[in-house]
Design a protein around this ligand. Structure first.
Ligand code: ZN
Length: 314
């Protein structure tokens, strides 16, 4: 049989796993819980056990496995060592060494936002491009930068942390990272809700948001329904996201920004609020960039993780 590849996306609550052919076709996927107790020491052994069980079930021999790619939430260096992963309870961890040791196959590890970027380039919204910035608008804001088809890791794996670009110097509330005025404070799911709460508290303008449980989805639904207050919130969202992305464009000059994460489920309307501000803030020589929505959803991580191995086998 031809070789197979495992793609693994380690998140704070679940670990997603997928089996791919060496050509990149997803043939099976499943999830296991992320056990974060005791400093997350069970996570990698759980992943190894789950892969071994799948091999047993499907009749894969060790020789059939070309490798395992892993995405993890934290800065990963080129050698597969992660500095820390707060969401997993990890300190410095040699992912390639530990998981490779347990499975006795090659293991490659990269930051989760970066693997999602790779997934979107290989088989998603950025297919056919090689200079790509993936923007993940989830609980926070993540980014992945691909130049000439290669992921940019940076000196300690922190390249692409675009959520913490300062887009509002007068902000008084702190971001999770400790800074104030980060793009993540306005453009993430929690950021959109925060903007809506602030706007609603400002005056008594009627809005359907006053009778709704606030979420990124309820805000965008209200925008689509023509709610004036929600539209103001969307304008602010677009303004701040555009500021951040104009900085990124000036450094990287990508062909495409591919926008994913929970907030992107709002659809193309999000780009309608982003693009005019982007054109206003960005240097003319970088405005050729296209904006696309991500296509792989929650599977971007496993596609990209498998892509780490597939790319190195070509
Ligand atoms: Zn921050």
């Amino acid at each position: 049989m031809s070789k197979i590849v495992f793609g693994v996306d380690v998140g704070g609550t679940t670990v997603k796993l997928g089996v791919f052919t060496i050509e990149g076709v997803l043939t099976d996927k499943w999830e296991i819980p992320t056990r974060r107790e005791e400093g997350g020491k069970y996570i990698l052994p759980d992943v190894a056990d789950s892969i071994k069980a799948k091999c047993e079930e499907a009749g894969y021999a060790k020789e059939d496995i070309a490798g395992v790619g892993v995405g993890v939430p934290g800065p990963v260096m080129e050698n597969g060592v992660i500095q820390f992963a707060d969401n997993l309870g990890w300190g410095e961890t040699d992912i390639s060494g530990v998981l490779g040791g347990l499975l006795d196959v090659p293991v490659k590890a990269v930051n989760d936002a970066n693997v999602a970027a790779l997934g979107e380039m290989c088989q998603g919204g950025a297919q056919g491009f090689s200079d790509v910035v993936a923007v993940t608008l989830g609980t926070g804001v993540g980014g992945g930068v691909i130049i000439g088809g290669k992921l940019l890791a940076g000196s300690i794996g922190s390249a692409g942390e675009i959520g913490h670009l300062n887009v509002e110097p007068t902000e008084e509330e702190s971001c999770n990272c400790g800074l104030k005025g980060c793009m993540e404070q306005y453009a993430s799911a929690t950021g959109v809700v925060r903007l809506a709460k602030r706007r609603l508290a400002k005056d008594d303008t009627p809005s359907i948001l006053r009778d709704t449980e606030l979420s990124a989805k309820s805000v965008w639904d209200a925008v689509k329904a023509g709610d004036a207050v929600a539209i103001e919130v969307a304008e602010k969202f677009g303004y701040y996201l555009a500021r951040g992305l104009s900085f990124v464009a000036a450094v990287v000059n990508p062909e495409v920004f591919v926008i994913g994460g929970g907030v992107s489920k709002a659809g193309e309307i999000l780009i309608d609020y982003l693009k005019p501000y982007f054109d206003r803030f960005s240097y003319p020589g970088t405005r050729n960039v296209q904006f696309r929505l991500a296509k792989l959803g929650n599977d971007a991580g496993i596609y990209g993780a498998a892509g780490l191995v597939i790319g190195s086998n070509q």
